[in-house]
Design a protein around this ligand. Sequence first.
Ligand SMILES: Cc1cc2nc3c(=O)[nH]c(=O)nc-3n(C[C@H](O)[C@H](O)[C@H](O)COP(=O)(O)O)c2cc1C
Length: 360
Amino acid sequence: MSFPWPRTDLTELIGIEHPIIQAPMAGVASPALAAAVSNAGGLGSLGCGEMTVEQLRESFGETRAWTARPFNINFFAHEAPEHPSDDAAAMRGWLAGYYQELDVRESPSLSETPMRSFDAATLRAVLELEPQIVSFHFGLPAHDMLDALKSTGTVILSSATTVSEARRLEAAGVHAIIAQGYDAGGHRGTFSEPIAAGSIGTFALVPQIVDAVSVPVIAAGGIADGRGIAAAFALGASGVQMGTAFILCPESAASPVYREVLRQTRDDETVVTRAFTGRPARAIVNRFVEEMAPREDDVAPFPLQDSLTLALHVASVARGSKDLAAMLAGQASPLARALPAAALVETLVCEAQEALAREK
Ligand SMILES: Cc1cc2nc3c(=O)[nH]c(=O)nc-3n(C[C@H](O)[C@H](O)[C@H](O)COP(=O)(O)O)c2cc1C
């Protein structure tokens, strides 16, 4: 049954039935998850910001094999930082204790992060793969790269965390803007300074971005059920992007310990922290987040901090311990449900339909 959504500019733009985008979550959004969401009429997404070109090709191929419908591939577009001259010595010194505790190799090189900014090699691969939709986080790649993607008819999305960022994205030619509120799980997509300015809640941000731009706006952050989807439409959005709500789906790549912790996380148990990667990201509070809070000044710039902490995360998860694991999630964590992705999309559509009908 096709449902008359209040606005259809987004669904028409990307060729989907329901205006529900499963957020691209690097390390969590698997091909199985993305394909299941797309097959259910939403838009599945792959988070490719931590993939090599080989891994990108493989994940894209798997997803394409499981769905003939559109899906989104997502990349980071940060400016690569200068190598810090002090080699993050203070941070290394502090982290050494954790390395010892978990018996993992100490002081890895500062370039060991898998997090990559969209580059020429990635562009070449993407042009060959011919995705229908590409989204970016932390801004946009260079103009000529964007033009190359757009010239093949690819729809481009990117996240804004302030009105001025939304205006910049529209001026650069994106087709739709993801308004990412502070409630959101994962990294803040903020790409302009000062970074703290991009800390606006979803309810305040979405209508202001809707008023400021003429392209469709996708609300993201703290939306985890049909009431949230209906609210996003009431605020003027044309669709939603939901991350945390999909983490507990059996198709996601979330680890058992992450799932167990998320199932028990309360509304007041997530914070925005730079501890894991050097960029602000909303994560579930654990021992690492708490112990790093007083050491924010020593955190290495993104993504170099990730080089230093990734092995701790991996070792912690391998031991089934939440203590040093990076468990990104948003303020609506308690609303996440452990449903298969297709059932979750169907439930969200029904709930939104009921909530929108009540408002009439
Ligand atoms: C575990 C996790 C990983 C994420 N990774 C990415 C990513 O790789 N790229 C991206 O654009 N956004 C990423 N995000 C942010 C989402 O795109 C989106 O803004 C957010 O999930 C919306 O808030 P919600 O989690 O409350 O639904 C991630 C979010 C989570 C929860």
